[in-house]
Design a protein around this ligand. Structure first.
Ligand SMILES: NC(=O)C1=CN([C@@H]2O[C@H](COP(=O)(O)OP(=O)(O)OC[C@H]3O[C@@H](n4cnc5c(N)ncnc54)[C@H](OP(=O)(O)O)[C@@H]3O)[C@@H](O)[C@H]2O)[C@@H](O)CC1
Ligand SMILES: Nc1ncnc2c1ncn2[C@@H]1O[C@H](COP(=O)(O)OP(=O)(O)O)[C@@H](O)[C@H]1O
Ligand SMILES: [K+]
Length: 504
């Protein structure tokens, strides 16, 4: 797993590191890495380093200091470097001196200009003539989006941007963006990823993220968030072994759909069929439709007749009436792990006595989207989705998978996984039903619930990406919209891909 640390965690570790290694040494280490990666980008863009031009956007703090030192290192490799100072009186003094010693220039961002923007002519010229721009406007101490002068400079950038630590304008803790922001091609960050690199708009603005070792590792506590690597999911994805039979791998029960909404039953059952071997049982009013689409599913009319299962996936399309309520109650009383989605969540929100049906020692997974989350908690979801998911997981003693472009998976003990889709092809009706089936199947196979959600979310978003790109299988090619059926069909492709990654 990749760790993700909050700015507070990074700062605390940094203080411990400074007790051994002086701060300027650490800063130069960080800045040197920024210079090395910028040189790589320069080579990619212009086929060379010496004689190319780099503009530094330099703010008031150490983030600007990193950029100035990086500029000094680049100067030594023959790059023409101009620092554009947003707050000249506060610019990092040692960094600025180093840049000047190395032959770099510094100009104020504001000054006499050819237009009414307030941007000085020299600053505008430096940004417009650069081959690559380094964003050292603001880092870990960022508050809010870019201020007007910085925003105006950034608006003029039309070349690749290397962000120092994080793209300026994103909230370091939540990844939220509520105004002008830097869109980086590459972000060079120090010691470990921060939440803004993996959450929401921040993840998009970060571009490729390069983590540089500056000696913090020994001082970092357990990470605040974690991201699963495809290879580790592939290595742990349940597949049959020589001694397995259809029962030994876990039987999943799917309680979904209704006469009015048979599609939810077909999609959730189909996802369970595609996810793992073993057996899928379906229980509900759409039994005939499910059987005709998935003949391998053992389908019955009611949960009472379903037979033994190792886990339940319940909710999509079951309705909010008495029959839906009875289904959910039966499943919660079964003593088996449950993935409760869609209508089950609204039923629990409408009638809290349903919680009494649950055996508190048996794992429960809740998979709300933002609307269901608001119903469950009685509060609208704010920008800090991680804190919200963690709070609800603890309150209900359940694993909470909060849906969205970035999926947050919180365990009751506070562990949080993040799955950033990096695309939006999943924003299509029925894709949530597919996710429910995937999670149910993994729970039945005995995968730990928090990981089961992480594995399912990853395969879900990967399958959507593969389906959207069809035979090209190339994410740089344009994709085409998909429906949930195409998503379902691509699930085996996604599983093969992560299992292949595990072999590499
Ligand atoms: N952690 C580590 O191990 C290491 C950290 N290092 C580096 O230090 C960086 C953190 O530096 P830092 O703490 O000096 O603050 P930083 O982020 O540069 O902000 C400075 C000032 O900017 C302002 N400002 C705020 N919001 C703004 C906005 N939206 N738009 C514009 N301006 C805004 C605000 O000042 P104000 O103008 O409000 O007085 C704020 O105080 C870190 O990201 C990394 O690059 C490395 O050198 C080595 C090891
Ligand atoms: N813009 C988006 N980007 C990425 N994933 C998305 C986006 N919108 C929705 N999703 C994902 O698609 C699924 C939708 O689930 P849900 O809202 O329950 O839909 P439905 O009820 O139609 O099946 C969730 O896994 C969610 O994370
Ligand atoms: K930055």
């Amino acid at each position: 797993m990749l760790g993700v640390w909050t700015p507070d965690q990074i700062r605390a570790a940094e203080q411990q590191l400074f007790a051994r290694t002086p701060e300027p040494v650490v800063m130069r280490r960080a800045a040197h890495a920024v210079a090395v990666h910028t040189a790589r980008v320069l080579t990619e863009v212009t086929d060379g380093v010496a004689g190319r031009r780099v503009a530094l956007l330099v703010g008031a703090g150490n983030n600007g200091g990193d950029a100035l030192w990086a500029g000094a290192f680049l100067r030594r490799r023959g790059v023409g470097v101009t620092a554009v100072l947003l707050a000249p009186e506060k610019a990092h003094a040692a960094g600025l001196a180093a840049l000047r010693r190395a032959g770099g220039r510094a100009v104020p961002a504001e000054g006499a200009s050819a237009d009414t923007s307030g941007i000085g002519a020299e600053a505008a010229d430096a940004v417009e003539r650069a081959d690559v721009v380094i964003d050292g406007i603001v880092g870990l101490s960022a508050r809010g989006s870019l201020r007007p002068t910085a925003a105006e400079l950034v608006r003029r950038v039309s070349v690749p941007v290397v962000a120092v630590d994080l793209p300026s304008g994103v909230d370091p803790v939540t990844g939220a963006v509520d105004g002008p922001v830097v869109q980086a091609d590459l972000t060079v960050t120090f010691g470990g990823r921060k939440p803004c690199h993996v959450l929401g708009a921040g993840a998009v603005c970060s571009g490729e993220v390069e983590v540089v070792d500056i000696g913090l590792d020994d001082h970092l506590p357990a990470p605040e968030l974690r991201v699963l690597r495809p290879a580790e999911i592939g290595a742990d994805w349940p597949v049959p072994g020589p001694s397995d039979d259809k029962y030994s791998q876990g039987v999943v029960g799917v309680a979904a759909g209704s006469a009015t909404y048979p599609g939810a039953a077909v999609l959730a059952s189909g996802a369970a069929v595609q996810a793992t071997a073993g057996m899928v049982r379906y229980a509900g009013p759409a039994a005939d439709v499910v059987r005709s689409r998935w003949p391998e599913v053992v389908a019955t009319g009611s949960v009472g007749d379903a037979g033994r299962v190792q886990a339940w996936a319940v909710g999509p399309g079951i309705g909010l009436g008495a029959s839906g309520r009875d289904v959910l109650q039966h499943v919660l009383e079964s003593g088996r792990p449950v993935c409760a989605d869609a209508d089950s969540i609204t039923l629990l929100a409408n009638d809290p006595t349903l919680w009494d049906a649950r055996d508190p020692d048996v794992p429960l997974v809740l998979t709300p989207h933002a609307g269901e989350f608001a119903r469950l908690t009685g509060q609208e979801l704010g920008p800090d989705r991680v804190a919200a998911a963690r709070e609800v997981a603890a309150r209900f003693d359940a694993v909470v998978l909060l849906k969205g472009n970035t999926t947050i998976i919180a365990a009751p003990d506070g562990r949080v996984l993040v799955n950033d889709a990096q695309h939006a092809w999943l924003a299509t009706a029925g894709s949530g039903d597919v996710l429910t089936g995937l999670i149910g199947a993994l729970l039945a196979s005995g995968v730990e619930p928090w990981l089961a959600c992480g594995y399912a979310a990853h395969v879900h978003s990967l399958a959507a990406d593969l389906a959207a790109h069809g035979e090209t299988d190339d994410p740089t090619e344009p994709g085409a919209p998909i429906g949930a059926s195409a998503l379902l069909e691509a699930v085996p492709l996604a599983i093969r891909k992560i299992r292949r990654a595990a072999l590499a």
